[in-house]
Ligand binder design. Sequence first.
Ligand code: AMP
Length: 188
Amino acid sequence: MNIILFGAPGAGKGTQAERIVAERGMVQLSTGNMLRAAIAAGSDLGMRAKEIMDRGELVSDDIIVGMIDARMDQDDCAKGVILDGFPRTVAQAKALDEMLAGKGLPLDHVIEIKVDENALFARIENRAAETGGARSDDNAETLRKRLAVYHENTAPLLPYYLEKGVLRSVDGMASIEDVAAQIDNLLG
Ligand code: AMP
């Protein structure tokens, strides 16, 4: 089973992806985590990505699609993947369709974690406090930009996946356990 966890920054995609990994043995593919690993490794890609991420903008589709394509070829992904933070543009979604078709893999569910955006500022502030400011994009100013980018580039994926008949939504304002239960229900 291959699924996409979809939602605004701070919706809880990463939290839920980690739980699904622990319970179902699937593999989490978080493009944000991959980019942060590249930054930590001090690679050229990391250096270029950091500036873009700190501005709350999107890293280019080519780089992101290349990263996911290479990762999906690794053996562990045969167990099924949870895409977290990818795709974020219609071009990425189309590239994913082609990639999956080429590998003979299905896209089973796109799960939208719906949240009230006003609550996201407090969540991001909490995450910054809990992680000791590990993410330099976890601040109100960058979050405003990330939300604007989400509306402009990422929200158009909702009608894209609705039309394909794979889109499901859960109430992301519920507790972590309750959101997890809603997702489990959908996954069966
Ligand atoms: P995330 O950890 O998913 O919130 O991603 C953090 C940042 O990494 C984003 O604000 C973007 O700058 C970059 N990023 C992560 N995933 C993507 C993607 N699929 N496409 C473009 N940029 C991305």
